[in-house]
Design a protein around this ligand. Structure first.
Ligand SMILES: Cc1ncc(COP(=O)(O)O)c(C=O)c1O
Length: 397
């Protein structure tokens, strides 16, 4: 085989979204794009805020000397300060710029963190349903993913279940709030409980377990909700995030990581993480994007538009008989599959020209994911097809 067996095997396990995308392309060619209702990809179809283009133009017309050169591997001081100022506001205490590293998206940040902290064979707890790339990122750095379910009725943290899977080899827990794929936000009380459990373990035997808080959807919260900042709640926490979703810049690969200054080991962690950013080959986050996002820390795409799409889909699909936990943020729904086999249900949906991802793709069989980061017209046009699909599986429709 021309490629490593492990990669070949991982490709076959990770291909749900890709499979759906390919099926979508086939159906679009056969029936025309306007007849296919594709809810598979979490690729925002909105444009970045207007301020982004304004700043980009300003920079192009008034270039700074040396603005395309290498820099400190952690990023520009000005950008790290802007990010630190925003996080300090959210956390309620000072987070120094030295605790920030600009990264190639949240995916880049996750890889930097995992490379920095993992010894071979150490375990990282991931919470089903989860963003499937976590497993591959953990494996990239010699770690072992340990899956544990969130509460199956609410998708909230099940701290007792997490406690039960902690072993002497546990190095980290990855959480994601607002969550992909469920859209739920973890409230401050449950994050604090998690922090207390880990704090006790640390005190008891010096075993440090990091909470890696993956937050690319943190600015996409509905009904006036605020996503609690993890730093005051969990001492051993590291934020990883990006502007892929909140500024609609996924192709630009710009994000950052931030280490909680209350963590005694933050200095050593940062030294390791700057080195990892370099030797993973990222070297530094894209220079031009760093200049731009430094000016956009309080901006985001139109959250009300996402909320309107959530409301439309939750109301319509619940009315048809689908069982859905109403999400508080991000742009996903994760309803129960009306058929026991979620893969069978997703295949059936294709017959109605609706493209979905099975829960199995998120370590959570028995559910399916809808991404609704698409034009509201497409969502409205899809409703008769949803009704017919609901009837076909014995729901009200
Ligand atoms: C939960 C979660 N984490 C990380 C990422 C990776 O984001 P980025 O594009 O910033 O690397 C995504 C992207 O969809 C995501 O949904």
């Amino acid at each position: 085989m021309a490629i490593a067996m492990k990669i070949a095997s991982q490709i076959s396990k990770s291909s749900w979204i890709r499979k759906m995308f390919e099926e979508g392309e086939r159906l679009r060619q056969e029936f025309g794009a306007d007849k296919i209702y594709d809810f598979t990809l979490g690729n925002p179809d909105v444009e970045p805020p207007e301020s982004f283009s304004r700043e980009l133009l300003e920079l192009a017309q008034n270039p700074l000397p040396g603005m395309h050169r290498y820099m400190n591997n952690a990023g520009y001081a000005e950008t790290r300060s802007a990010v630190a100022e925003k996080i300090s506001k959210d956390a309620g205490f000072a987070v120094p710029a030295g605790n920030i590293i600009m990264t190639c998206g949240a995916g880049g940040a996750l890889n930097v963190v995992l490379k920095t902290i993992l010894n071979p064979g150490e375990e990282v707890i991931i919470l089903a349903p989860y963003f499937v790339e976590y497993k591959f990122y953990i494996d990239n750095h010699g770690g072992v993913p340990v899956e544990v379910w969130t509460n199956r009725d609410t998708f909230q943290l099940d701290i007792d279940a997490i406690e039960k899977v902690i072993t002497a080899k546990t190095r980290a827990i990855i959480i994601c709030s607002p969550n992909n794929p469920t859209g739920v936000i973890y409230p401050a009380e449950s994050l604090k409980r998690l922090g207390d459990v880990l704090g006790k373990i640390h005190k008891r035997n010096g075993h440090l377990i990091y909470v890696i808080s993956d937050e690319p959807y943190a600015r996409i919260a509905f009904d006036g909700q605020q996503v609690p900042n993890i730093f005051p709640l969990v001492e051993s926490s590291i934020i990883v995030t990006s502007h892929s979703k909140d500024l609609a810049l996924p192709g630009e690969r710009i994000g950052y990581l931030a280490a909680n200054p209350r963590m005694a080991t933050a200095g050593q962690f940062m030294e390791g993480a700057v080195f990892s950013n370099r030797v993973l080959g990222f070297v530094n986050a894209p220079a031009l994007m760093q200049r731009l996002v430094a000016k956009l820390q309080d901006e985001s795409v139109d959250i009300a538009a996402y909320q309107a799409k959530r409301d439309l889909l939750v109301n319509e699909l619940s009315g048809m008989g689908f069982s859905i936990v109403k999400p508080n943020g991000a742009f996903y729904l994760f309803p129960k599959s009306p058929l026991v086999d979620d893969i069978e249900f997703v295949k059936l949906a294709q017959k109605f020209h609706i493209l979905l991802v099975p829960g199995a793709g998120f370590g959570a069989p028995g559910f399916f994911r809808i991404a609704y980061c698409f034009d509201i017209d497409m969502i409205e046009r899809s409703l008769p097809a949803w009704r017919a699909l609901a009837k076909e599986v014995g729901l009200k429709g």
